[in-house]
Design a protein around this ligand. Structure first.
Ligand code: ADP
Length: 308
């Protein structure tokens, strides 16, 4: 049985849509409001749970608040099949919150309160040692404190767990981080933030990948939105094209990609096949509104791409 451990953030996304964004000092009625379950860690854990085979085990280490949205998220993840051992609701804290304002022209402004996410510290990982020891894969991102991400990667690596870092959002990495990373999955912006190389063409992706290899990362997968994803690995180097779909909202597409990639690898797929699977799963997410609710189930991916 394969076991995937995801560590990261969970956020309640309050999304308001406006004809135009309110100016400083202005109060404006929105035309639409919704509350989404989001946060990169949680989105990726949900993607792993929905896309994996029934016999696999998905654990998620995160800190939620002791509030109603925290209760709702926990409940909904358990329904998706995520094991609850790693999920902690912190007394006296609120669940991470993002306030997202979107204008009709697609412009947005976002404010984030880290809430309980900020309290997930390196020492908290020790109590979950058993989850690390049993895992084959660790998937993490950068919405939790950098020292926690570094400690998680180091613990996993020492135990022989394959480590995948989605370096999102683009931010400064803990200096030692990359030496514990087996597979890194930046998008174009994040690849540029990590390497200084602006990604316009595949040559740029290859150059950025080389720089990441030089820093110790074995496999580099750079996601390129509607173009697909570029792989630089010992077994395969090149572009795996995206599926052609009518994209309406790419929120959580990257998170779906990461969850699917790890699920594919956990089932023994080659890196190229796993990226093909991830492209198919994330293309479906891009056709739907919302964060976690947009993430597809395994059967939907099989229906879209029967050969995968
Ligand atoms: P992020 O959402 O993290 O910025 P990308 O935009 O690179 O990451 O998207 C991640 C993956 O989602 C892509 O590699 C691709 O497989 C899929 N994807 C994103 N946008 C589209 C699209 N418009 N059409 C098809 N697939 C898409």
């Amino acid at each position: 049985m394969s076991q995937i451990l995801v560590i990261g953030s969970a956020n309640a996304d309050h999304v308001m849509k406006f004809e135009y964004l309110p100016a400083p000092g202005q109060t404006l009625m929105c035309r639409e409001y919704r509350l989404e379950h989001g946060g990169k860690g949680a989105n990726q854990a949900v993607a792993c749970a929905r896309l994996s085979q029934p016999h696999s085990q998905i654990d998620f280490i995160c800190h939620l608040g002791q509030d109603s949205v925290g209760n709702d998220m926990r409940q909904s993840w358990i329904q998706d099949g995520i094991k609850s051992d790693g999920i902690t609701q912190m007394a006296g804290m609120g669940t991470g919150t993002a306030m997202i304002f979107i204008g009709d022209n697609g412009e947005n402004t976002i404010g984030v309160a880290a809430g309980a996410n900020a309290s997930l510290l390196p020492d908290d990982l020790e109590q979950h040692y058993a989850l690390f020891a049993n895992a084959q894969f660790l998937l993490t991102q950068l919405e939790t404190p950098a020292s926690t991400v570094a400690k998680a990667l180091q613990m996993a690596k020492k135990l022989g767990v394959t480590t995948i870092l989605n370096p999102a959002p683009a931010t400064v990495l803990h200096q030692d981080c990359l030496k514990w990373v087996d597979i890194i999955t930046p998008n174009e912006t994040e690849a540029e933030a990590l390497t200084g190389v602006e990604i316009n063409h595949l040559d740029d992706a290859q150059l950025a990948a080389q720089l990441l290899h030089q820093r110790g990362v074995g496999i580099v997968v750079i996601t390129l939105g509607s173009r697909g994803a570029y792989i630089s690995s010992p077994g395969f180097t090149g572009l795996i094209p995206a599926l052609e779909v009518q994209a309406i909202d790419t929120v959580a597409a990257g998170d779906t990609f990461n969850g699917a990639l790890v699920v594919g690898l956990s089932e023994g797929m080659s890196i190229a096949a796993a990226v093909g699977f991830a492209n198919a799963a994330s293309a479906i997410t891009a056709t739907r509104e919302g964060a976690q609710r947009a993430i597809p189930y395994r059967q939907e991916v099989s229906n879209l791409a029967p050969r995968i």
